[in-house]
Design a binder for this molecule. Structure first.
Ligand SMILES: Nc1ncnc2c1ncn2[C@@H]1O[C@H](COP(=O)(O)OP(=O)(O)OP(=O)(O)O)[C@@H](O)[C@H]1O
Ligand SMILES: [Mg+2]
Length: 354
């Protein structure tokens, strides 16, 4: 009976965690429910953050407060994540050990490898591979360190809103969960989430993370270039990206990026290629069958065509809600104008609670 009760409570509370993705340019929220093993989309919410610096924090707080008021969530428990400049993510090979032991050993192993004192950071880890080397069983661990003061900033903002962060995840790992939910059974696949400032990569082999990293590349780079070249304001650059075709398709079917953004798109393509080559070289695997792009940056018209042609691998815009029901089919209508792919990370966070 006691077990039943604890399990029930565990499931009940786990269900209540909301994925809160605080991005550089917007806040995305996803809530799912799980009944009889089926995960269904319950609610989504989206709010754009237009200002930077101190004002941004005020706006962020206001946006989250407004969303909570509108949505009537019956919980204050959220899962959040970190990426970009706020976190250093690296890999380390260690002798095989259980999770509990790893929790103790990892801080000692990495203390000389990071530029901060252990007291100032929070450490997160994820075993990405188990293998044998010279007859010895080993593990490859993705670890991430983030400055406590950065985390404290987010936590205190949430606390002021009476929200409780029950976990802090890595964007890169969030991608694994969303992929697994929607997997079409590919052996090798690359997920690329393109935000406003950061792009997260996750190369998955048989549905598990093989290699993940993030780079400073996002839609804002294109805005900066358009602003400089066309002498326009940020907001105009946003409009141009969304309304005009900055990548046109020629009569021969070839994608042709506008001269103001071509060098940046070439860099993105190169970075994707680097991740693929790294995985193929280090793990002796083949080319990914498909590259899924997600996040707002993936919506740049014809970016999928351009990447597909330059990388010679199929590229598709990822729909995280393929298996959960879509935004405009039952869940709140408030964010139904927002493309599903923008909620990819937030769904990944919401899934961790399941
Ligand atoms: N239709 C569109 N066409 C082109 N770009 C778009 C479109 N919609 C959104 N974007 C771009 O996507 C970016 C925002 O995406 P997203 O909301 O995923 O980023 P974020 O999560 O706030 O940022 P980050 O992940 O870097 O912290 C912006 O640069 C925006 O201009
Ligand atoms: Mg993002």
């Amino acid at each position: 009976m006691r077990n039943f009760k604890t399990n029930f409570l565990k499931t009940f509370f786990k269900k209540q965690i909301i994925g809160l993705d605080i991005g550089a340019s917007s806040v995305k929220i996803v809530q799912v429910t799980k009944e009889n093993g089926t995960i269904s989309l319950k609610k989504t919410a989206y709010s754009k953050l237009t200002s930077m610096g101190k004002d941004r924090d005020i706006l962020l707080k206001q946006s989250i407060r407004d969303i909570w008021r509108e949505q009537n969530f019956e919980t204050n428990k959220v899962g959040i994540s970190l990426s970009g400049k706020k976190v250093i993510a690296r890999y380390i090979e260690l002798p095989y050990m259980e999770k509990k032991q790893l929790g103790k050993a990892l801080p000692f192993e990495i203390q000389t490898l990071i530029p901060y004192s252990l007291e100032d950071v929070m450490l997160t880890s994820h075993v990405v591979d188990e293998f044998e080397k010279n007859g010895e069983k080993k593990i490859r661990v993705l670890y991430a360190v983030s400055l406590k003061k950065e985390i404290d900033k987010i936590i205190s903002l949430l606390t002021a809103l009476k929200l409780e962060a029950v976990f802090i995840d890595l964007d890169m790992i969030s991608l694994e969960r969303v992929y697994r939910l929607n997997s079409s059974g590919e052996e090798d696949v690359l997920m690329v989430d393109i935000g406003a400032e950061t792009t997260n990569f996750n190369f998955l082999h048989d549905g598990s993370t093989l290699f993940a990293r993030d780079i400073e590349w996002g839609g804002n780079i294109l805005n900066a270039s358009l602003r400089k070249n066309l002498k326009i304001m940020y907001q105009e650059a946003e409009e141009i990206k969304k309304k005009r075709e900055l990548i046109t398709i020629g009569a021969d079917g070839k994608a042709e990026p506008n001269s103001h953004i071509i060098e940046h798109l070439n860099r993105l393509s190169k970075e994707i290629n680097l991740v693929i080559r790294h995985c193929m070289f280090n793990s002796q695997i083949g080319m990914p069958e498909i590259i899924y792009i997600s996040g707002g940056g993936a919506l740049l018209k014809n970016l999928d065509v351009y990447l597909e042609q330059s990388l010679e691998i199929p590229v598709k815009i990822f729909n995280p809600f393929e298996k959960t029901g879509q935004i405009n089919s039952g869940a709140n209508g408030g964010s139904s104008r927002i493309h599903s792919t923008i909620f990819t990370m937030a769904l990944g966070l919401a899934l961790r609670s399941e």
